[in-house]
Design a protein around this ligand. Structure first.
Ligand code: ADP
Ligand code: ASP
Ligand code: MG
Length: 479
């Protein structure tokens, strides 16, 4: 995924539309990710978490059950390739999974689920006849994951006697038509939230809606990018002036590194918005990259909690600088492609970089890291964006070298640059790795490195050992 960059047109720190806290009674937005709704046992835990906040007004934002979005996107690809057998097999598995889930949760027929399944079938048929352009078709299918999970969950809450209103996210989240990575109209969302949500929230109803999903003004379904349910939760939190956005997931908060890569990673109690945004952009999957911006603007705290361990540790993300520390976390992202553009003729001339970035802008390729030398510029881009046409255009006025299979590893911390010891320590602890590029971010909050992908996680572990574990570990080789 191309990390969505914050929208520069939004003026901080005011919300898009001033929110009257009296209108909504300051609800809590609770977002549950795919692993939290993966099966019936976990969904019951989710219902417990929701019931625990009552009678505080609550809006629940759900992801698709774990793996379902992947399956739907697979289905979209199969349909686009004309592979009807595979498309139907994937559809059947998704239907069976949600029927079983629903049957485990409650014993009555579930009209919401039936409607969502019928809509899925219409979408599969449309995909097989290629009724829509491929990206629009993929979004129309992918959105069904969240529709199915919310249909099952709404029925479960109702079975527990909780007054529950399902909200179709497409009626609130109006977006542009950048299918797969659509941008929402936040002022419109704030208006619609007042129109549609004030009454049921005031009546004490729990609202349940889909994360990840929106629609264009003319009603075509869009999605906000992979992992986008976090973003949806923050958008709703901002629109409602929520007292808190709770991101419920499968870890006890944001850790000093991905616990799957570094088992000794530790939860971070307080994280600033800036640090959280950096971490997300540098690949910490625990939060979607764009999540933080709406929450910052509306001054809504975000917490990250473990669905199965509600009394465990958790992270609070707030607007202030969190703690006096140089390094907050280590993150990494891959695969990355590095382009080195050399032009002895043009580099020193005024306007060269403008011309260069104009090419990237026209090809809609976003650049992460930039390093310049006298006659060369190195840039990194996500490997899954097509760069062939872009490289051809660059080659008209410069020599272009493309190096693939790289990783972007980063240290994150708001006080990073002020520390005199961080950079020397990084170099010392990575002395036996091929670090191909090392640079401080312009906002002083990250130090990033390009390394061969094969050593991505070794470097993360080494950096974590060096900055968070016993000093003796810092020099140990782990490869
Ligand atoms: P959800 O399905 O709830 O949205 P995700 O899988 O998107 O959950 O995000 C949670 C995962 O993020 C964790 O299981 C963990 O492996 C990963 N992760 C990556 N970096 C971090 C980090 N710094 N702290 C915590 N989790 C992280
Ligand atoms: N279901 C979507 C995805 O898998 C959105 C999300 O889970 O946040 O990307
Ligand atoms: Mg996620």
């Amino acid at each position: 995924m191309n990390a969505p960059s914050p929208d520069p047109t939004v003026v901080l720190p005011r919300p898009a539309v001033p929110v009257d806290p009296q209108v909504f009674g300051r609800p809590i937005v609770l977002k549950f990710g795919g692993s939290s709704v993966a099966d019936a046992d976990r969904m019951r835990q989710v219902a417990d978490r929701v019931c625990a906040v009552l009678p505080t007004p609550a809006l629940v934002v759900l992801s698709a059950t774990a793996g379902t979005t992947d399956a739907l996107l697979d289905l979209a690809r199969a349909a686009a390739n004309g592979d009807a057998a595979r498309a139907h097999a994937l559809r059947d598995a998704i239907v069976a999974r949600h029927r079983t889930l629903d049957a485990c949760l409650q014993d009555e027929s579930n009209p919401l689920l039936e409607a969502a399944l019928a809509s899925l079938d219409r979408s599969v048929d449309a995909a097989l006849t290629r009724a829509l352009p491929p990206l629009a078709q993929a979004d129309a299918l992918a959105a069904h994951g969240e529709r199915l999970s919310t249909a099952c969950f709404t029925a479960l809450l109702r079975k527990r006697g909780v007054a529950t209103t399902p909200i179709d996210a497409r009626e609130l989240v109006t977006t542009d038509d950048a299918f797969g990575n659509a941008r929402p109209d936040r002022a419109m969302l704030a208006r619609r939230a007042v129109e549609r949500l004030a009454a049921p929230l005031t009546n004490g109803e729990v609202l349940v809606t889909e994360g990840f999903v929106g629609a264009t003004a003319d009603g075509r379904t869009t999605t906000l990018g992979r992992g986008g349910s976090d973003y949806s939760a923050a958008l709703f939190g901002a629109a409602l002036g929520a007292r808190e956005v709770q991101i419920w997931t499968d870890v006890e908060g944001v850790h000093s590194a991905d616990p799957r890569v570094v088992p000794d990673a530790r939860p971070i109690e307080l994280l600033s918005f800036a640090e959280a945004a950096e971490l997300a952009a540098f690949g910490a999957k625990v939060l979607h990259p764009a999540t933080i911006q709406p929450a910052v603007e509306a001054n809504v705290p975000v917490t990250v909690r473990h669905t199965l361990r509600p009394d465990g540790r958790f992270t609070t993300i707030t607007g202030r600088i969190a703690e006096q520390r140089a390094v907050t976390a280590v993150a990494s992202r891959s695969p990355i492609t590095v382009l080195t553009i050399t032009s002895s003729r043009m580099l020193a001339q005024a306007g060269f970089l403008a011309r260069l970035f104009d090419v990237f802008a026209r090809h809609r390729v976003s650049v992460d890291v930039v390093a310049t030398a006298e006659v060369a510029v190195s840039l990194t881009v996500d490997a899954d964006v097509g760069i062939e046409a872009l490289a051809r255009e660059l080659a008209e006025f410069a020599h272009v070298q493309v190096v693939r299979d790289r990783a972007l590893d980063a240290l994150i911390g708001e006080r990073l640059r002020r520390s005199r010891t961080v950079a020397p320590r990084v170099l010392e602890s990575l002395a036996d790795f091929d670090v191909e590029l090392l640079t401080f971010g312009a906002n002083d909050s990250n130090l990033s490195l390009i390394v061969p992908r094969a050593v991505e996680h070794h470097v993360v572990r080494r950096l974590h050992a060096s900055f968070f574990e016993t000093p003796a570990l810092a020099g140990r080789r782990d490869r």
